[in-house]
Design a protein around this ligand. Structure first.
Ligand code: NOJ
Length: 764
């Protein structure tokens, strides 16, 4: 045995007695299931009820863990409980030194020595920050996203962490919701593929010391908060729940995700944390998920405010009975669960089930075998921020950029002889590109846009901020104050624009203007930036608008007037280099929007896979009685799937090898995509279907396949897709997933507005 110097507790000793090989593959890889279950049971048998409940308790990091022992207050209580074996997991404790210090208490000072699992929000990178997930989704590049998750996992793992609260797989159709930055956008198919890629990246094929447990969140419906206001009530149909929201969750179960997190919202009047249908019937029942579910932060206690539990004891009872296995920072389980079991209000079987799941994940991670598996100071030093990670996030950042508009080939920029005026506070911001979930990273560590541009020497660059986006220094836990009044720097910006051949305006949202708790009712450019844009335009209309933001923005004026628009999101540590390389044409953009851009906020929720309504259109321009607005078109500003390139592509020759899909059969779809430009490029070839008549109404289009095709200048590539029954299945009037016989339309192209069409039918 390798770690003989460590004093293991009784449970660990027994575990070793029954055998546990150091090269054991994780259950994630589908192996060795039985032995793990036996090991889990061997530990469970030794545990008192109090210790079992302790495993179900997760504490937030509390005191200077390597400093003096806390004497009083909550920290002292947490410390005492940790020593009593009443804590199963910690969150927000990171760095090898701190993790080791707490793990040592759990392993050496508690009766059984059960190791802790350490969780953290490694949502888009840890110290080396990758693009926000919405941006990464715009790449449609599953391999790249897997790699990005792998980098995040490795950097977190070498810092002592073994569990990330990611991926967030909440589908959302509402750009007002601040957390759209954390997801993969509006589409269940794309969202499912991305969710799988991320889980695979975090967990790897094998849970070695560079991979960690993933956590699919937030189960479920959180992205459908009414009016886009975070934490708000969710009231949706069963049809929407099953066809739109649940697919990415299910996909991660099938991909072997180890944990789930429930959500703050209610669904059908029942808060998710107390929702037995979601957690017991569906997730652990029908889907056979065998990992554990952690509540969201304090969500157990929040059931009181929801009006679903009368006090914390009632909340703990409801959560435990509904299948919430671990309590994040409500202390509901710790304070009440033992009593509830003794009173017969929660069965010990349910407790055993929860604890089994938690122990199983700890075994999967190899923590019983070596509780300090993730604690190696040298590994930490050697890996944090290393070049390979920087290169990886740079690659991901370039792939995430979407060219929304490029009139008169304003882009790519000429590399020499140009006077370029760069305007906008975000251009000089080294923090904002880190986005919202970057609590592992330090401020001022991103490459700013100006720094990225400075890597190119041929042009003369002047910079004017024009206007601040935020007032003061935005902070993670504090509301960001937006500048709505100060225009004192406009004049200098206008003067700089007048002297320039090309103006680059870097506008958008501060990184801490999106994310949790940061919903907006107005999704235009915040503060005085729109005014700045229009004022500069009057001086020099030759503008490239670079957007840095965490959600779709309503920018109708810019879309109409500004010749070139680049969606550069919050791209992480390497942001400036990525954008500059795209603007100069050293990287040919290929990103496509994973979420619809509205014309104005009144259109929200707006999404490509809408239903047709009984009055979708009218032949009579005078008529009012059809589904429309009287003041704006129905169409979006930029549709789902839209994105340009410096190459141009032409689609032709859409062919189906048969037009009739039989039960257990297949249709092969092929299409020719020609790069009609003189630059090599990549195109996301997208396939959509429409089910014309069904037992419940179906969307006008649904994405069912895509391929990121690399096509050399002037060449044609034949891209193929396969359609089978799975492609056309949906959650039907029978409340099951099934394929119904009938007629279908199929569309292939470069966005959700693709026009190349073919038809087929299905008979079963
Ligand atoms: C609340 C958020 O909703 C969740 O996503 C996150 O993982 C936890 N806080 C822990 O930070």
């Amino acid at each position: 045995m390798k770690y003989t110097t460590i004093r293991y507790g009784v449970a660990a000793a027994l575990v070793f007695a029954i055998g546990c090989s150091s090269s054991r593959q994780s259950n994630f890889a589908g192996k060795d299931k039985l032995p793990i279950d036996r090991k889990v049971d061997s530990v469970l048998k030794l545990m008192t009820l109090e210790e079992k409940v302790g495993q179900m308790n997760q504490y937030n990091g509390f005191w200077d863990v390597t400093g003096p022992v806390p004497k009083d207050g909550q920290a002292a209580k947490k410390y005492e409980n940790l020593k009593k074996g009443l804590v199963g997991s910690m969150l927000n404790v990171r760095g090898v030194k701190d993790v080791r210090a707490l793990q040592k208490i759990a392993v050496e000072e508690t009766r059984l020595g059960i190791p802790l699992i350490f969780g953290f929000d490694v949502v888009h990178g840890y110290k080396t920050v990758s693009p926000i997930p919405l941006a990464e989704a715009a790449s449609w590049d599953l391999e790249a996203m897997k790699k990005s998750a792998e980098i995040a996992a490795a950097e977190a793992a070498v810092s002592g962490l073994n569990w990330t609260f990611a991926p967030m797989v909440d589908i959302s159709r509402d750009a007002r919701w601040g957390r759209v930055m954390e997801g993969a956008g509006e589409d269940p198919y794309l969202g499912s593929q991305i969710a799988i890629a991320r889980v695979k990246g975090f967990q790897g094929d094998k849970l070695d010391e560079f991979h960690i447990a993933a956590c699919t969140k937030h189960f479920a419906g959180y992205g459908f908060a009414e009016s886009g206001r975070d934490y708000n009530t969710v009231d949706i149909s069963d049809n929407t729940l099953h066809n739109i929201i649940l697919p990415p969750f299910k996909a991660t179960v099938d991909a072997g995700v180890l944990t789930f997190m429930n959500s703050f919202n209610e669904l059908e009047g029942i808060p998710a944390t107390g929702n037995a249908y979601l957690q017991r019937n569906l997730l652990k029942g029908e889907w056979k998920f065998d990992g554990f579910v952690v509540s969201d932060w304090g969500s157990m206690g929040e059931m009181i405010a929801h009006g679903y539990a009368k006090d914390m004891k009632d909340a703990a009872m409801k959560a435990a009975n509904a299948g919430s296995d671990m309590d994040m920072e409500s202390y509901g389980y710790l304070n009440h669960l033992v009593t509830l079991v003794k009173e017969g209000k929660v069965s010990e079987d349910k407790i055993n089930d929860a604890v089994r799941r938690i122990l199983k994940v700890k075994f999967e991670l190899g923590l019983f075998e070596n509780p300090y598996k993730y604690c190696d100071e040298n590994r930490e030093k050697q890996n944090i921020g290393k070049k390979e990670f920087q290169d990886g996030v740079l690659d991901m950042a370039k792939k995430s950029i979407v060219l929304l508009k490029n009139e008169n080939k304003l882009l790519p920029l000429k590399k020499s002889g140009q006077k370029i005026a760069v305007i906008g506070a975000l251009a000089n911001d080294k923090t904002s590109p880190l986005g919202s979930w970057r609590i592992g990273a330090d401020d001022n560590t991103a490459i700013s846009f100006l720094e990225g541009m400075a890597a190119y020497k041929g042009n003369q660059i002047t910079y004017e901020k024009g206007a601040d986006v935020a007032l003061g220094e935005p902070r993670f836990m504090v509301e960001t104050k937006i500048n709505t009044t100060d225009k004192s720097s406009f004049d200098k910006a206008i003067a700089a624009a007048k002297q320039a051949d090309v103006v680059i305006m870097v506008l958008g949202e501060h990184g801490l203007q999106t994310g949790e708790g940061r919903s907006r009712s107005d999704i235009t450019l915040p503060g005085v930036q729109q005014e700045l844009l229009e004022a500069v335009y009057k001086a020099n209309p030759n503008i490239v608008l670079v957007l840095q933001n965490g959600r779709p923005l309503a920018i109708p004026w810019a879309a109409k007037n500004i010749p070139a628009i680049v969606e550069a999101w919050h791209l992480g540590t390497q942001s400036g280099h990525a954008i500059a390389q795209v603007l100069y044409g050293d990287y040919n953009p290929s990103g496509k929007l994973p979420m619809t851009f509205p014309r104005n906020v009144g259109q929200v929720p707006i999404y490509y896979n809408y239903k047709n309504t009984g009055r979708p259109s009218t032949d009579n321009p005078e008529s009012v009685f059809w589904s429309h607005y009287t003041d704006i078109e129905n169409t979006p500003l930029y549709p789902f799937g839209h994105g340009l390139s410096y190459s141009t592509f032409e689609y032709s020759n859409l062919k189906l090898d048969t037009k009739s899909l039989q039960k257990n059969g297949k249709i092969k779809v092929t299409v020719d995509v020609k790069n009609t430009s003189s630059v090599d490029g990549k195109e996301v070839v997208q396939l959509y279907i429409r089910d014309l008549v069904a037992s419940v109404t179906r969307p006008v289009r649904e994405l069912k396949g895509f391929e990121l095709a690399e096509i050399k200048a002037g060449q044609t590539k034949t891209v193929s897709f396969t359609i089978d029954e799975k492609t056309i299945e949906f959650y039907s009037a029978n409340k099951i997933w099934e394929a119904e016989a009938g007629d279908f339309q199929l569309f292939v192209g470069g966005s959700s507005t693709a026009t190349l069409q073919a038809d087929f039918n299905y008979s079963n």
